[in-house]
Design a protein around this ligand. Structure first.
Ligand code: MG
Length: 245
């Protein structure tokens, strides 16, 4: 074969290749792993703070019907307050991997100090606690302050607002995985934004919350309920929604 034919064949090959690549790009199907990509579902993000259109609204200011023991927490003016001495509230539904938005405020009038000041808590899967506390100019042990993974990890920074002011937690939670024999195959991970600041970045949860060292994971079903703690302080809550991932 002459040199000219070789060059022509090479040029033709390059053109065909480029054409095919352009077609794939145009169709939006670049797939380095060979798997087809599906178009993401459209979700209306809603107003700032949500809820987005695909969220399960757990509290919109009206009632606590989504919660067991909700009848024991007073709801007034769009706000639910911990029913002090009446126990925590627990969702009727169970969740695995999820995105959770929750707004909370500790009492505007400060009483007590350390762990006795605006204490509550968000228990993911009923056992992994994110601490709710008035941590504005209120020192306590670092892994017990607001936004700590209680008794495990302090937040990266203290992003607390003043007592009485509304604060947000935006949580991305990956539930732990267990195999058929109940052995942990992947721990839980959490990313948490406190008032919009990242305070845990894909942090590994070491096991269920305990006041001292975690006893380590015990197997549980992939979906578990969400619990909010009554720790004897009238902490307020509003705008709670969750998205299953
Ligand atoms: Mg607590």
């Amino acid at each position: 074969m002459s040199k000219r034919i070789w060059v022509a064949a090479l040029v033709a090959l390059v053109l065909v290749g480029a054409g095919a690549a352009a077609l794939v790009l145009l169709k939006g199907q670049r797939c380095p792993d060979g798997e087809a990509r599906t178009e993401p579902k459209i979700v209306d993000p809603g107003d700032a703070g949500g809820p987005p259109s695909d969220a399960i609204v757990l509290f919109d200011g009206r009632d606590l019907l989504e919660w067991e023991n909700g009848e024991n927490w007073p709801v007034r003016n769009g706000v639910a307050t911990v029913g002090v001495g009446k126990g925590g509230i627990t969702t009727r539904r169970a969740f695995g991997d999820c995105q959770l938005h929750i707004e909370w405020a500790t009492p505007p009038v400060v009483s007590g100090s350390g762990q006795e000041r605006g204490n509550s808590g968000i228990y993911l899967q009923e056992r992994y606690e994110i601490q709710v506390l008035d941590s504005y100019q209120n020192s306590t042990y670092p892994d017990g302050q607001a936004a700590a993974i209680y008794s495990q990890w302090p937040p990266l920074v203290n992003a607390s607002r003043k007592p009485g002011e509304w604060q947000t937690f935006d949580i991305v939670f990956e539930a732990p995985r267990f195999d058929g024999a109940g052995k942990l195959t992947r721990p839980a991970y959490i990313t948490l934004l406190h008032n919009g600041l990242v305070v845990h970045n894909h942090r590994e949860i070491l096991g269920p919350t305990s006041w001292s060292l975690s006893p380590g994971y015990k197997p549980h079903p992939p979906r578990q309920k969400l619990h909010i703690q009554d720790h004897g302080c009238p902490v307020r809550y509003r705008n709670i929604w969750i998205r299953e991932l």
